[in-house]
Design a protein around this ligand. Sequence first.
Ligand SMILES: [Zn+2]
Length: 397
Amino acid sequence: MFAELVGQDQAVDVLRRAAAAAAEALAGGRGTGMTHAWLFTGPPGSGRSNAARAFAAALLCDGALSADRGCGHCGACHQVEVGSHPDLTRVRPEGLSYGVRQTRDLVLKAAGAPTLGRWRIVLFEDADRVTEAAANALLKAIEEPPPRTVWLLCAPSPDDMIITIRSRCRVVTLRTPPAEAVARVLTERDGVPLDMALFAARAARGHIGRARRLALDEEVRRRRADVLSIPASLSGVGACVTAAERLVKTSTEEADAATAELNETETAELRKVYGEGSSGKGLNKGLVRGGAGALKELETLQKSRATRIKRDSLDLALLDLVAFYRDVLALQFGAGVELANEDRRREIETMARGSSPEDTLRRTQAIMRCRERLAANVNPQIAVEAMTLALRSPGLA
Ligand SMILES: [Zn+2]
């Protein structure tokens, strides 16, 4: 399982040692000396939750002591991989934030003794999305952990967690994996041709999931091309408005596709639980009431998640634009670095010649301002339009 982590040798080393020490202490009947709260941080796509999951496998592994914890072959490792291990609870906030009620349920669940005798582990993805009240409930649980409970929290950076939580966690820092390492994974695991793998790895700036989607899905590549064609298209006010519309529409399409796929699976699973067979005869009578309530609750969750995915998707597009202007700036400064958008070198060169580094910095700031406004719930069309207008002409924004 650790082998799946790309370019994270240092973090993997720390985690392997910790898992080995924990296993030896348990076997020796000594006090475990285990750190009960871990915080996995790193930029999006660096594999925070994968690292946490690999660590969970290493702690729960049935395999031999110390040497190859998280072997990937035993029953426990397999259960961790498919998400069915009884001692591993994996939490992912589906909405915009994670509430106090959910957190309290979780804390209760985490307090139980492990079923199979090693550890009870809670893997909390996007832990930075807990509300303040929920963070306090979480803090209490971490302050007085039951002897066999381990919390694995994931967040973009340590600063995303309140300091009282952060100070009780051992922090594991992941880095952005180098493009070559990401490309190698794409060729070896997904059979992507090397050229395409390198292109996707650079364009995704180390985000493995996005690199994979770029490499495998032509539609995703088309959307990216759409976004990157914006800077050169901003000739007049009309063009700016059109570009803003297109950008919002493109990212909405991408988000809708992702949302629809998630919703469909979940709803089908829930219906199965409540007794609607594959024959499609409708909900089992005895369960109808509970089923309808649960479906409604699921719909509410799905709606707030859809909002979040839409926001994330637009943000990703804006980061693509930031990378574009970063390339422009690199050429303006004559830095001999590899461009993230090597495939658009010609446009980038044209823009580097036709503007000053100050213009480029100002444009980058306009994009960052737009991201802030979107995070503050400003209407996307309005925020993006203000941005495209600012991207257009120096001094006229
Ligand atoms: Zn194993």
